[in-house]
Design a protein around this ligand. Structure first.
Ligand SMILES: Cc1cc2nc3c(=O)[nH]c(=O)nc-3n(C[C@H](O)[C@H](O)[C@H](O)COP(=O)(O)OP(=O)(O)OC[C@H]3O[C@@H](n4cnc5c(N)ncnc54)[C@H](O)[C@@H]3O)c2cc1C
Length: 192
């Protein structure tokens, strides 16, 4: 039986692995289908403390993994299909096999909320994106009319950010007022 099972090897999972490994808990860390998590898909990470010149996302995640392993974390390729948290020890089904653990840390990241339109997936990376700060500066979005869907803080923030690149930014939302905080809404409305 494992003392600690960590599901996910993104920045959250590997950070948990470093801490629990240093506490001598010998965590078993499962990668899922994306070892290293989302940051492995980006070229340069500029806001991780300690790297004044930025660091390549893949390199950063490899270093986090090495650091966790150095303290005794076991990192294994495996996808968790289900977990039973109704009784101790907890049981996770990993690629069909049960793994028992005293505690489980879920660090599976988050997914984008899709609109569910026909062909939305086909247009991903071809003009449809879910992260303005990740993709807004790409040539395909420069000097083009851009549309942001939503009326909350994230939508306002992303729309404001995109005004640096687009020829015009439309913010499309459902209600007659923004769900965003007042300060964000005011900032957005006062931007031409
Ligand atoms: C292109 C891009 C650029 C970015 N640039 C930056 C940046 O410069 N700076 C910044 O701060 N943030 C950046 N981000 C955001 C950053 O990547 C995320 O905030 C971060 O990766 C979240 O880490 P996480 O560990 O929570 O999840 P993730 O990195 O999403 O990792 C989730 C992990 O869980 C695993 N997993 C999921 N389901 C299962 C399962 N069923 N069984 C086993 N494992 C599972 C996955 O395989 C993965 O290993 C960027 C994101 C993208 C997409």
């Amino acid at each position: 039986m494992e003392q600690v099972l960590i599901i996910g090897t993104g920045s959250a999972g590997l950070t948990a692995a470093i801490y629990t490994a240093r506490a001598n808990l010998k965590p078993l860390v499962l990668t899922g289908t994306m070892p290293g998590g989302l940051l492995t898909t980006t070229s340069i990470v500029e806001n991780f403390p300690g790297f004044p010149d930025g660091i390549d996302g893949f390199e950063l995640m490899s270093r986090l993994q090495k650091q966790a392993e150095k303290f005794g974390a076991q990192i294994k390729f495996g996808n968790v299909e289900s977990v039973d948290l109704s009784k101790q020890p907890f049981t996770a089904i990993v690629d069909g096999d049960p793994v028992q653990a005293r505690s489980i840390i879920v660090a599976t990241g988050s997914g984008h909320r899709h609109l569910g339109f026909k062909n939305e997936e086909l247009l991903e990376k071809k003009g449809v994106t879910y992260c303005a700060t990740c993709d807004g500066a790409l040539p395909m979005f420069r000097n083009q009319p851009l549309v942001v869907i939503g009326g909350g803080d994230s939508a306002c923030e992303e729309a404001l950010y995109l005004t640096r690149f687009g020829s015009v930014v439309y913010l499309i939302h459902r209600r007659d007022q923004f769900r965003a905080s007042r300060i964000m809404a005011e900032r957005t409305l006062s931007n031409p």
